[in-house]
Write a protein that binds this ligand. Sequence first.
Ligand SMILES: NC(=O)c1ccc[n+]([C@@H]2O[C@H](COP(=O)([O-])OP(=O)(O)OC[C@H]3O[C@@H](n4cnc5c(N)ncnc54)[C@H](O)[C@@H]3O)[C@@H](O)[C@H]2O)c1
Length: 291
Amino acid sequence: MSTVLVTGASGIAGREVSRGLAAAGHQVRRADVAPAPDPADAGIGEFVRCDTRTPTDVLDAVDGCDAVVHLAAWHNAHRPGVSDATIFAVNVDGTFNVLQACRAAGVQSVVFASSMAYGWGSVYSVTKVLGEDLMKMYHEVTGASVALLRYHGFVPEPYLRWGERLLRNGVDVRDVATATVAATEAALGRRFDVFRTIVHSDHGMPEDVRADFATRGAEWAETRLPGAVALIERHSLELPQSVEQHDLSEAAELLGWRPEHDFVEFLADLQRRDAAGEDVGSLWAPGRIPA
Ligand SMILES: NC(=O)c1ccc[n+]([C@@H]2O[C@H](COP(=O)([O-])OP(=O)(O)OC[C@H]3O[C@@H](n4cnc5c(N)ncnc54)[C@H](O)[C@@H]3O)[C@@H](O)[C@H]2O)c1
């Protein structure tokens, strides 16, 4: 059994990832500045209060771990927002401190939460560039296996907006968790040096539908789920012009991971709720189809 530290364990991804690692038989140590909001999470594994900006907190949290999943970060998709200075300090200094602690503890397996926002468009985006670079440096210096996961979007939204989001670079947080657990296990198995993948939904649609979704999407959805066209119309779901799709074959080969949650699953869920007379207008999706 491996001991895996999850930083940012009280966040949206952190809770799902911690549950997934525990279910896969790992001993989980959860680290965060804030405790998890759901008391049921207490059963998942030890919780350590840790501010990643404080090196001694991080040294204590990492000590004795075989792998580290580094999710702790600030992004302003959450309310209330924080300053760019805080985003930089948490996302860059925090990542540096985590890697210094990994080095001190001899950790050879690290997974890093990068983002589709990777780039130069904002301070947050740049922190993911610097984070990935720090991770690559960690591999160069220590030989560790490092996975860089560029997650697409899974921030909580109203249910119907969430369904639309799945077609606009959204990913269900359950797919985020299975990808992260698979990457952790592959890193523990030393199956790569540095591996990077996008973590994205796969709606399994043909190229011509993907490229012209506004025209062909509803008809395609109807072939997958009878009644789809009526649902899209009844709820005025806005379809994008086209749907972005990345090649996830390397992740399938190396990690054995494929996304499982998609737009048609959302439509089927919506159909069930309609049939049950539920008021979906007031429903909230916490980064996934709600229970
Ligand atoms: N949510 C998305 O749509 C999305 C998309 C792409 C990438 N990501 C990345 O995935 C990771 C997880 O995102 P999330 O949406 O679950 O975030 P979240 O905000 O829900 O969770 C982040 C957690 O980090 C903790 N944290 C913040 N500062 C800390 C510090 N100094 N020390 C320790 N813990 C600290 C917070 O308390 C929180 O529990 C982040 O790295 C984020 O940048 C998220």
